[in-house]
Ligand binder design. Structure first.
Ligand code: TEU
Ligand code: CA
Length: 554
C-alpha cells in the first residue's frame, strides 16, 4: 500500500450555505469560513472538502452550476476565495473542491446556447432527443422523482436531466465536453486546490441510444448509466491528462455501487480516482431512501466489513456517516435524547477506526441532530419537496405519513445552520437564516462543547489526534470479530506486532462481552473510551452505547 497524505488526513466537509454568515444576510459565506479557519485547525483536521461555491441559480443549493470559474454572489468573490485558500494553506490545511460535471445548470451559457437551435455548436454538449409521438424519448426517471426528460418548445425536443429539470446532463461522449471539464479542473488546480470530490461520477457515461429501462420501479433506466460503458476511459483520460500532473487526490461519489465495481475506479494501477464514496451503509435502514425499515446492526456490519475486506490492499476506502445529503447519524442510529453524548461518541468510534480516509460533516463533531421539522414549509430542499408531492399526489399517502419520512430522511436535516453558541440563531447569523436553526442549539453548540471536557467535540478531537499518532489506525488490516452479535460491533486492526481492538455497543441494554480466545497479546493500553473503565478487557458488561479502543502488543 502506497503511503500518502490523503490516506492519513482527516477531512472536514463544509456546506457553505449553513456554516457561518459573515455579513448577516442569513446565508453562510466564504468570509464566514475564513472566520472559522482557526476553529478547524484547532480541531486538528487536515483537509477541507467544500461543497459547491460556484455561480449558481441555487435550484439544488449550488449543485447546479452556471459558471465553473467564478463564485456565487451569496458566498462572496474569487478574491474572498483566494483569501480563504491562503488561510487554509497557511495552517497546513488542504482544500478539496466539489466538481459537479455530470450536469450543469440550465442557466449555464453552454445550455443557453444549446437550446437555441439544433445546429448550435453547443447542441451536442447535452442530450437532446425527439419524443416518441406524444411520449418522452424514453422511460427514464429522475433521482428527484418524475420523468428525466423536459420538453423545450424552442426546438420541440426534450433534454435529459437525471436530477432536477434545472440540471441538464452533459454529454461526455462529446470530446469537447471532456476538454471543457479538463479546463475547469486545471483552472482550480492552478489556483492551488488539492483535490476534488466528484459528484455522481459513476453515472457520467450513458449507453448509446439511451434505451428504455428494463425495471418499472425505482430509478428507471439506471442500468444504462450506472458505471456506464465509457466511464473508466473518461476518468482515466482526466487523470492522465490533468490530475496526475498535480499532487492532488479525488474522491468520487458513486451511487449504487458494489465493492467489486468500485475497485475498477480506485485500484492504483488503473489511474482513475483515489477513492470513492459508496452508499451501501446508508441503505441499511431504508430502500431507495424513502421506504424506511428498521436499523439492524448485523446488516450494517456485513456491509462495512465487506467493503473493508474487498478494498483492503488493493484500493482505498472512505469512512463517513454524514454529509449534506444524509440525516444526522446520532438521530438515525444512535439516541439523540437520553444517550446523545454516549451514542454519538460510539458511532464515531465504530467508523473512524476502520481503514480508509475519514470524513466528518460540519456539526457532526458536536453531535448535531436532525431538525425535527413539523411543517412542510420549514423544508427547503428540492428533493424533499418533490418527494412529498409524489407521495401525496401519486401514491396517496397521508400528510402525516410523508412528514414522518421527511423527518427521518430529508437532506435538510443536515442543512440547518451550524450551531456555534447560545446567541440568537446559534451565532450563525444575526438575521433569520435561509433555513431554520435547530431549536436545541442552546444545549448543542461549539462554545458549550469546548468548555466540557467530556463533550462529543473533545472526543472527536481525540480521535483525530490518535489517528496522527498511530499508523495502525490508518494502515492496519481489518478483521471483524463476533459477526453474529446483534448488539456489539467488534473488530481488530493489525499492523506488524500491534493489534487495535475496537468494541462498540449499539444498545442501551447491558451486553456481556468476551474477547475471543484467538486474540493473543502481551499487554493492552486503553486508547479511548466513552465511559470510565476499571475492569478487564477480556470480559465485561457493556454500558449504554459503550465504546472502547485498545492497543494490544503481541
Ligand atoms: O448526490 C447524488 C445522490 O445520489 C444522492 O445522494 C442525492 O442527494 C439524492 O439524495 C438521491 O436521492 C449528489 C449531491 O451530493 C447532491 O447534493 C446533489 O443534489 C446531486 O448529486 C445532484 O448534483
Ligand atoms: Ca452571508
Amino acid at each position: 500500500m502506497k503511503r500518502t497524505w490523503y490516506k492519513e488526513g482527516f477531512v472536514y466537509q463544509i456546506y457553505p450555505r449553513s456554516f457561518k454568515d459573515s455579513n448577516n444576510d442569513g446565508i453562510g459565506d466564504i468570509r464566514g469560513i475564513i472566520e472559522k479557519v482557526d476553529y478547524l485547525n484547532d480541531l486538528g483536521i487536515d483537509i477541507v472538502w467544500l461543497s459547491p461555491v460556484y455561480k449558481s441559480p441555487n435550484d439544488d443549493n449550488g449543485y447546479d452550476i452556471s459558471d465553473y470559474k467564478d463564485i456565487m454572489e451569496d458566498f462572496g468573490t474569487l478574491a474572498d476565495w483566494k483569501a480563504m485558500i491562503s488561510a487554509f494553506h497557511a495552517r497546513g490545511i488542504k482544500l478539496v473542491m466539489d466538481l459537479v460535471v455530470n450536469h450543469t445548470s440550465d442557466e449555464h451559457p453552454w445550455f443557453i446556447e444549446s437550446k437555441k437551435n439544433k445546429a448550435n455548436p453547443y447542441r451536442d454538449y447535452y442530450f437532446w432527443r425527439k419524443g416518441r409521438g406524444k411520449k418522452k424519448p424514453n422511460n427514464w426517471t429522475s433521482f428527484f422523482t418524475g420523468s428525466a426528460w423536459e420538453y423545450d418548445k424552442i426546438t420541440a425536443e426534450y433534454y435529459l436531466h437525471l436530477f432536477s429539470k434545472k440540471q441538464p446532463d452533459l454529454n461526455w461522449d462529446n470530446p469537447k465536453v471532456r476538454e471543457e471539464v479538463k479546463g475547469i479542473i486545471k483552472f482550480w488546480l492552478d489556483l492551488g486546490v488539492d483535490g476534488f470530490r466528484c459528484d455522481v461520477i459513476n453515472i457520467i457515461s450513458k449507453k448509446r441510444g439511451l434505451p428504455n429501462g428494463k425495471f418499472k420501479i425505482g430509478l428507471i433506466g439506471s442500468e444504462h448509466y450506472m458505471n456506464g460503458p465509457h466511464v473508466h476511459e473518461y476518468l482515466h483520460e482526466l487523470n492522465v491528462d490533468v490530475l496526475s500532473k498535480y499532487d492532488c487526490f479525488t474522491v468520487g461519489e458513486a451511487v449504487f455501487i458494489a465493492p467489486e465495481a468500485a475497485l475498477k475506479y480506485v485500484e492504483e494501477k488503473n489511474q482513475e480516482l483515489s477513492m470513492i464514496f459508496h452508499f451501501d451503509h446508508m441503505f441499511v435502514d431504508n430502500i431507495f431512501k424513502w421506504i424506511l425499515r428498521p436499523f439492524k446492526l448485523k446488516k450494517l456490519k456485513r456491509v462495512l466489513s465487506r467493503w473493508q475486506d474487498k478494498i483492503n490492499g488493493k484500493g482505498w476506502n472512505t469512512l463517513y456517516l454524514e454529509n449534506h445529503d444524509q440525516p444526522r447519524i446520532v438521530s438515525r442510529w444512535g439516541n439523540d435524547k437520553e444517550y446523545h453524548t454516549e451514542s454519538a461518541k460510539m458511532l464515531a468510534t465504530m467508523i473512524y477506526f476502520q481503514q480508509g480516509t475519514p470524513f466528518i460533516y460540519q456539526g457532526q463533531e458536536i453531535g448535531m441532530t436532525n431538525a425535527h421539522f413539523t411543517e412542510l414549509s420549514q423544508y427547503r430542499d428540492v428533493e424533499t419537496l418533490n418527494i412529498y408531492q409524489l407521495g401525496r399526489k401519486k401514491l396517496h399517502l397521508t400528510h402525516k405519513n410523508m412528514m414522518k419520512r421527511l423527518a427521518y430522511m430529508s437532506r435538510d436535516n443536515a442543512r440547518t445552520p451550524m450551531q456555534w453558541n447560545n446567541d440568537l440563531h446559534a451565532g450563525f447569523s444575526t438575521r433569520e437564516p435561509w433555513i431554520e436553526v435547530n431549536p436545541n442549539y442552546n444545549d448543542i453548540n461549539v462554545e458549550v462543547a469546548k468548555k466540557d471536557d467530556n463533550s462529543i467535540y473533545h472526543y472527536y478531537k481525540k480521535i483525530i489526534s490518535l489517528r496522527k499518532k498511530y499508523d495502525i489506525i490508518v494502515y492496519g488490516d481489518y478483521l471483524e470479530l463476533l459477526p453474529n452479535d446483534k448488539n456489539l460491533y467488534v473488530y481488530l486492526r493489525s499492523l506488524d506486532d500491534q493489534i487495535l481492538l475496537v468494541i462498540t455497543s449499539f444498545t442501551e441494554k447491558q451486553v456481556r462481552f468476551s474477547l475471543p480466545k484467538t486474540v493473543n497479546y502481551r499487554d493492552a493500553l486503553l486508547l479511548l473510551s466513552n465511559y470510565e473503565v476499571n475492569d478487564n478487557l477480556t470480559q465485561f458488561v457493556t454500558r449504554p452505547y459503550e465504546a472502547r479502543v485498545y492497543l494490544l502488543n503481541k
